[in-house]
Design a protein around this ligand. Sequence first.
Ligand code: GLU
Length: 428
Amino acid sequence: MATHATVEAHDTNDEFNPFLSQQEGFNTAADHLGLEGGVRDVLSMPDRELTVNVPVLMDDGSVQVFTGYRVQHNTLRGPSKGGIRFSPDVNLDEVRALAAWMTWKCSVVNVPFGGGKGGVICDPRSMSIGEQERLTRRYTAAILDIIGPDRDVPAPDMNTNDQTMAWIMDTYSMHERKTTTAVVTGKPLSIGGSRGRREATGRGVMISANEALKMVGLRPEDTRVVVQGAGNVGGLGAMLLHREGYKIISISDMYGAINNERGLDMPAVLSHLKTNRTLEGYGEAEYVPKGEGQLEQECELLVPAATENQITSANCDRIKARLIVEGANGPTTAIASKALSERGVTIVPDILANAGGVTVSYFEWVQDRMGYFWTEEIVNSRLEQIMVQAFQEVRQTSEKHRVDLRTAAYILSIDRVASVYRMRGLFS
Ligand code: GLU
């Protein structure tokens, strides 16, 4: 496959480079599809990458310059769509990978968006709210020319939330000289947010888990679940799984995990987390500090819902779950994914399993543009309909091509984008 062009990755040959992982998934599926050279080249490269360096006035009176990115991977099916993350680990290859995954994710669930992603290198935990607001506004001003309801629509991701989206919406609107709610999704309800958006990614994880369980013949009450991550995806996902009757035996945050073989009482766990901002000290469980093999516990279902590169060649042999539902983007490296699939572990891939968030983002964008807002029941039932249909289509694709669910999800989504490309033709 060396003949086609690729974007040069900074960190070549690295299992932990998410862009290379993404390319590996893309190339495997493109080979199955027999994707012709030109289309393959177009889809394997991001359309546009913007790097910005923005000055921010800090509380102590100093000025600090922050580097941020916005990558638009593809806009063939609609405006690019995808979150903005704030983290010290952000780098261009990561943002590129996440942007490409958004293209495939939107295509898997068949919402009319392309893919994009943004990131700012910063540590929000060491910044005051005022500093975070000034950073968000300067970053927004710096990417203003390339975002917009019809161009590129950001959303929350790691360490950003509805407040961040409100600042982005306001900054954009002030420049446009009119309130433009549809420029971002994941906003507070009072300024054009959608009911059900906050829980949407976790709800999508739950729907995916339900479908996967039917596939392997398990019942929720017989399913022990280990969840990595207790944020918007892991925490709310675990809560919804608990409500469905699954037994959550372990959940972790960035410092450590709490374990209870009899099952955790998720509402109590989340209320402890809210008050204490750590899982440590929760009474009805054993606390284990980070790095003590949480993912390798005996369980039926593993939900990695924290960040990239958690299931790797270093630990995949010790994973005991028979099902993995990927709440995070890129939690399993390409090498580990292949090894687990060969061992018969069913993996519901990120671009399907965590697509609930962007699906309700799509609903939010539609509602903003209509100026007419739906009930939570309507949002949830439309989400369920879309997720179940996407799951079934991925499953059928996997049977047809005799491939695992990840490759099937890529095949389905790449085929959709490629056929739009052929239909639209090349502008010249
Ligand atoms: N950041 C989320 C994701 O990775 C949501 C993106 C969106 O809603 O646009 O899917």
